[in-house]
Design a protein around this ligand. Structure first.
Ligand SMILES: NC(=O)c1ccc[n+]([C@@H]2O[C@H](COP(=O)([O-])OP(=O)(O)OC[C@H]3O[C@@H](n4cnc5c(N)ncnc54)[C@H](O)[C@@H]3O)[C@@H](O)[C@H]2O)c1
Length: 271
């Protein structure tokens, strides 16, 4: 049940590709909690047209194309968003990821470095680009909030997560480093949410993903966090109830990150 937690707030949502995207669910919840939204994705992703349905649901939210590796696109996005809202933006969701080497089925010990550059640019440096663009345009209001989505492979080895593990480590580091500067400049907070494995287009690209999901489910005292629950958590991070939380990587994973072994897994091993 909505609580109007984001009443009067204005946000930009990156990364809603289809209705299984984490960003899709987060946009729906933000709208239900009273926010006004601008939706964005890479031009090629927008061509699929699915995002129009989300826009309609969210009160005909404008859709502004932006490739996160293009500074011109990002400048245009923030400028047009402020024109649309008639004010600065209060929150930004960065839900963008793409591994070029995973797409090519390149093993971690046989990475193509050009592709690796692109992976880092799209999946991690893009957070810096988003923050720097907003910072320079003074596009985010005081006490604003930026959230990017991460995964625990930034801290622990999940071999098939491949180069994305390193991209996520960089993403989390950028949230910390930029969080310092943006906090000082304008009291803007920046955090990453480290989400349980979730069935989405990006998630399904990871080899052995079903195994990941069921292992995580058995290792989490509360079970895996769903996309809807991730959306609820992000709403709180965009709301005024978390204004002093910044530069953190916040695990949203049902307790997976701090569980060494579970009885469910021990039982499996003893079979
Ligand atoms: N699904 C999971 O298990 C899981 C778990 C933890 C974190 N995450 C993270 O959540 C975020 C969202 O992923 P998702 O699982 O919802 O999958 P998704 O495939 O629905 O979303 C990924 C989005 O990135 C966008 N994108 C790719 N290249 C882009 C570019 N150059 N410019 C702009 N946008 C671009 C895609 O169009 C897509 O909308 C990612 O950062 C992902 O790593 C996912």
């Amino acid at each position: 049940m909505p609580h109007n937690l984001l009443k009067g707030k204005k946000g930009i949502i990156f990364g809603a590709l289809n209705d299984s995207s984490l960003a899709w669910k987060i946009a729906e919840k933000c709208y239900a909690e009273g926010a006004q939204l601008v939706l964005t994705n890479a031009p090629i992703a927008l061509r699929m047209g699915e995002i129009n349905k989300l826009s309609e649901y969210c009160g005909n939210a404008p859709i502004i194309p932006a490739d996160v590796t293009s500074m011109d696109d990002l400048k245009n996005l923030f400028t047009k968003s402020m024109e649309h809202f008639g004010s600065q933006v209060d929150f930004v969701l960065h839900a963008v990821g793409m591994s070029m080497n995973i797409r090519k089925h390149n093993h971690y010990s046989e990475l193509d470095y050009e592709l690796q550059h692109k992976t880092y640019d799209i999946s991690a440096m893009s957070l810096h680009r988003v923050c720097q663009t907003a910072y320079q345009l003074d596009a985010i209001a005081e006490w604003g909030s930026i959230v990017a989505l991460s995964y625990i492979a930034a801290q622990r080895v999940f071999p098939d997560y491949n180069e994305m593990a390193d991209a996520k480590a960089l993403l989390e580091s950028i949230a910390r480093s930029f969080g310092y500067h943006y906090g000082i400049k304008n009291k803007v907070r920046i955090n990453t949410v480290s989400q349980s494995p979730t069935r989405t287009t990006a998630g399904n690209g990871v080899k052995g993903f079903e195994g990941f999901i069921s292992y995580a489910e058995q290792m989490s005292p509360l079970g895996n966090a769903s996309a809807e629950e991730c959306a609820d958590y992000c709403v709180t991070l965009f709301s005024d109830y978390t204004r002093l939380v910044t530069m953190q990587n916040l695990f949203h994973d049902g307790g997976f990150s701090f569980t060494g072994i579970s009885h469910a897994v021990i039982d499996q091993m003893e079979k």
